[in-house]
Design a protein around this ligand. Structure first.
Ligand code: GBH
Length: 451
């Protein structure tokens, strides 16, 4: 090891990648037969999305993917996490697939292949066909049946190109935030039982996607969920605070990771929700708990937890000026990316964990000589990679890291104002310009060390 480098290299098999999602970058919202998604509709409801921004054009990746993959390849990026837009494949959510939709993803995957980039494909990253929402969306079980048909169709059609599958992205965000809080599409505010039912339906969809990959995927196909678990970081890394943080983690994640790995909802969870418990049909957990190959975690931030006077978990508040990105929820807590995988390993026995997203969003970034000087982002990623490195040294099986995001994009209710990219996108001209962080990340990938 050269004395000038910071740390030992990442293991040979460790994957460095970047991530994005269909609705956030593709644009072409009504092209080649694509149906309306709930986000296309929601963005047109006044007051839903910052500045009234829509997804209509986004980064126009639909027409520029070849150029985007050439740029990725020039940066040494060999792994890319993308998602498939359900309304491109089934404009009405179900029925006969739209050939132009499947053809788009075949062309896109062929381009990735030509550029030497491995795809990691998420089946659902929130863009539900509006036609299904009109019939009740995730509150009704028929959406789960439509999803099963969609998953079977996509895996069958694309399995020659795809080995790595992710079932769903962040169940909380398209259930609780979408049907409970109402901040995400379709922007509904339903009672707690209905929200818990949407979560149960999402768990079922996850299981059906696992089944789709087992039935129709390639022999070496791998599949898992991407979850945004609620992360607890022990205030002090002592046995008492670690135990308290772990207990808090178990409670906060009981309805998703706990249910999947426990083969059912825990007695503690059912007692807590009481009458608001979801309706479960016989056999549901045979699907939900199907074994997976990896667990994807999207890690951005965490809550600090310590053992209170009685030993019980105590979640702590932060002052208004605690360091954070421009997203108000994005407090800077890099230890999150150490503790979440470690707890998942210890609680659920995962042998392969992927960080499927990690990154930070800012509204205004300094530009010098045409380059965005995002030292704040470089620092964020660097601090997180150091914690990934620490986890690896402690035997936590993290097999990859995908930076969110490759390019500035449609940041959901925050529109285009909040930028997460390592590549700047000028949404007027569609010109792409790598930021300082992109050049830094390219060097990290090249040397496989934190630089
Ligand atoms: C990810 O979610 C998404 O997968 C990705 O599409 C997105 O672009 C990226 O992060 C950046 O945001 O309503 O105050 O409770 C990140 C996890 C969870 C962060 C929900 C925002 C809402 C905070 N998200 N959270 S609040």
């Amino acid at each position: 090891m050269s004395p000038l480098t910071y740390a030992s290299p990442f293991p040979d098999h460790f994957v460095f990648g970047v991530a994005a999602a269909s609705a956030q970058i593709e644009g072409a919202a009504f092209t080649d037969g694509k149906g309306e998604s709930i986000w296309d509709r929601f963005a047109r409801v006044p007051g839903s999305v910052h500045n009234g921004d829509t997804l209509d054009t986004a980064c126009d990746h639909y027409h520029r993917f070849d150029e985007d993959f050439a740029l990725m390849a020039s940066m040494g990026i060999r792994h890319y996490r993308l998602s498939i837009a359900w309304p491109r494949i089934f404009p009405q959510g179900r029925g006969e697939p739209n050939p132009a939709g499947l053809d788009f993803y075949r062309r896109l995957l062929a381009s990735l292949h030509r550029h030497g980039i491995t795809p990691w494909v998420t089946l659902f990253h929130w863009d539900l066909p509006q036609a299904l929402e009109d019939e009740g969306g995730w509150t009704v079980r028929s959406t789960v049946e439509a999803f099963a048909h969609y998953a079977d169709t996509v895996v069958k059609a694309l399995s020659p190109w795809v080995r790595h599958w992710i079932t769903l992205n962040e169940i909380r965000c398209f259930t609780w935030l979408a049907y409970g809080v109402g901040s995400k599409a379709p922007g509904r505010r339903e009672p707690e039982q209905v929200v818990n039912q949407t979560i149960h339906h999402a768990l079922l969809a996850h299981g059906l996607a696992v089944r789709a990959v087992r039935l129709h995927g390639s022999d070496d196909a791998q599949v898992g969920l991407t979850d945004n678990c609620d992360v607890a970081v022990p205030v002090t890394e002592t046995p008492a605070d670690i135990a308290a943080a772990t207990a808090w983690f178990v409670q906060k994640n009981a309805h998703i990771l706990g249910a999947i790995h426990g083969g059912g909802y825990s007695a503690e969870y059912l007692a807590r929700v009481g009458d608001a418990a979801p309706h479960v049909e016989p056999g549901d957990f045979d699907l939900i708990s199907l074994p997976t190959d990896h667990l994807g975690l999207n890690i951005y931030t965490a809550t600090y937890v310590r053992a209170g006077a009685d030993g019980r978990p105590e979640a702590l508040s932060l002052p208004a000026n605690y360091p954070r990105a421009d997203s108000p929820w994005l407090n800077l807590v890099p230890q999150a990316i150490y503790w979440a995988p470690r707890m998942c390993r210890e609680l659920y026995g995962h042998r392969s964990i992927l960080i499927t997203e990690n990154g930070c969003g800012y509204d205004a970034e300094p530009v010098e000589g045409g380059e965005v000087i995002d030292l704040h982002r470089r620092d964020y990623v660097r601090n997180h990679l150091r914690e990934v490195h620490r986890a690896l040294a402690d035997g936590v099986p993290i097999d990859g890291y995908f930076l969110w995001s490759f390019i500035d994009n449609f940041e959901w209710e925050d529109g285009y104002a909040r930028r997460f990219g390592i590549v700047h996108c000028d949404f007027e001209t569609q010109v792409r310009t790598p930021k300082l962080s992109a050049r830094w990340y390219a060097e990290v990938i090249r040397h496989r060390r934190i630089l």
